[in-house]
Design a protein around this ligand. Structure first.
Ligand code: DGY
Length: 452
């Protein structure tokens, strides 16, 4: 296949220049206590962004700084264990929706000293923490950090298995598209259509100040994002808000990253001499539930589950490939996903119209839009996680191709938030933290069974 060898990895000198530029982005976005995902568009701490930023600091050899990033995210933890998707360090700012919209002060479990949002984001922190600990050349410091971070990470995962598993599915339910990290994915179109925006107060979007509107979520989606926040807020972010939310989905990407993090939690518990039974139970239930509820034998793909409609969401999105990163797919399932979708030019593979891997959504989807945020563009974090998942299942050549395509995109367009899979043009905001951090830290993301 010609596109496989289309982009060769750069020479060492060029890579050195790229790494230098990546480091500069990370340092520009460093706020001391945390790393902003971007200076203007996202000036606070975001949960999964913090995890990827920490890996970037570790790749630069600054483990103290990496641990500080994780600590900053954990400082936002609620008393029930939830880690919020935004911790409003640096507030006030022009960011919307801000502290005055979220009103975390209304929630009895929220921290009193630090405003936060009231929802979570993909659970990457435990596996990131474990990677940092494993690579830290100072073993004493790494052990101390393991001991320090483990209780908070454990409490978060317990919350994911209790408050966020009201039906006892073995999977964690999401009550806002932002919890998936893939805000406006076509995955959510049908579920979001149920959200009423009647009586929504007038508001002004800040996200289209620096990024063209056609690259951001549509206003109709933004109204629904806001309506969902107001719904959850009216229940003070408690259980009743979860149970009555018109948006309740079990997402593959989120639950795969949860599983990968629980592999890491198990390793941490073992090293600490802590009991491991509960974590082993989570892993077993997560594995069984993924097979029972998310694997779709007809599509040959892991699909999301809509808990309100009680049906799988028939949208082929790149998040499905993260089942490989978590080791949740049987080998024959991985082979089918790769053959039917990843290397198929009618789905994800380049076809002349698209030139780069991996678009966030299959091109065959009616909701595909190659320039709009999570509806088609390529994201560096997904590419890195997909590539390492492929390595886990023995697709080393394809993993290298994805890495080469990612480097080609960054070389062409800089450290953008996302990229047009057709032209390679950089989209969204520039100087984006995780695009630079993961160029530096790509190899750190390897999965447990690829070590040695
Ligand atoms: C945003 O503001 O666009 C974020 O993705 C929500 O967390």
């Amino acid at each position: 296949m010609p596109w496989r060898s289309f982009h060769k990895l750069k020479g060492e000198a060029e890579m050195q220049n790229l790494r230098q530029a990546a480091e500069e982005v990370l340092r520009r976005n460093d706020r001391g206590a945390f790393t902003a995902p971007s200076s203007r568009q996202y000036p606070h701490l975001w949960l999964w962004d913090a995890g990827f930023a920490a890996l970037g600091w570790a790749a630069l050899g600054d483990f103290e700084r990496a641990y500080r990033e994780i600590r900053a995210a954990l400082r936002g933890q609620w008393r029930n264990g939830m880690l919020p998707h935004v911790v409003f360090y640096g507030w006030p700012s022009p960011y919307f929706p801000g502290v005055d919209v979220w009103r975390s002060d209304l929630a009895p479990e929220a921290p009193t000293e630090l405003p936060t949002s009231g929802i979570t984001q993909p659970p990457v922190l435990a596996f990131v923490a474990e990677i940092l600990i494993r690579h830290d050349p100072d073993g004493g410091r790494a052990s101390a950090f393991r001991r320090e971070a483990f209780p908070a990470l454990y409490a978060y995962h317990r919350w994911l298995h209790t408050a966020r598993d009201p039906e006892g599915m073995g999977l964690s339910v999401l009550v806002h598209p932002w919890e998936s990290g893939m805000d406006n994915s076509p995955l959510w179109d049908a579920a979001l259509a149920r959200v009423s925006t009647e009586g929504l107060p007038l508001y002004h979007r800040a996200d289209i100040r620096w990024v063209p509107e056609e690259q951001r979520p549509r206003s109709v989606d933004y109204d629904r994002f806001l309506a969902l926040i107001l719904h959850l807020r009216s229940h003070r972010y408690g259980e009743s808000g979860v149970q009555t939310s018109p948006f309740r989905v079990y997402d593959v990407l989120f639950n795969a990253l949860r599983h990968r993090s629980e592999e890491a939690l198990l390793a941490m518990a073992t090293a600490l001499g802590e009991p491991t039974g509960e974590i082993e139970g989570w892993l077993a239930r997560g594995r069984a539930a993924s097979q029972a509820h998310l694997w779709d034998p007809v599509c040959g793909f892991f699909l999301d589950w809509d808990a309100v409609a009680k049906a799988r969401i028939p949208v082929i999105a790149a998040g499905g490939f993260l089942a490989l990163y978590a080791g949740l797919a049987a080998p024959e399932q991985a082979r089918e996903m790769v053959a039917r979708y990843l290397t198929n030019p009618e789905a994800f593979a380049p076809d002349g119209g698209t030139r780069y891997l991996v678009p966030t959504v299959s091109k065959a989807e009616p909701g595909w839009e190659h320039r709009r945020y999570w509806r088609g563009p390529i994201w560096v974090n997904l590419n890195a996680l997909i590539a390492h998942g492929l390595r886990r299942y023995g697709f080393a050549e394809l993993a290298e191709t994805i890495r080469a395509h990612t480097i080609a995109l960054i070389t062409r367009s800089g450290f953008q938030e996302y990229y047009d899979p057709c032209t390679g043009e950089g989209l969204g905001i520039g100087d984006f933290t995780w695009s630079s951090a993961l160029l530096l830290a790509w190899d750190l993301l390897e999965t447990p069974d690829r070590r040695n």
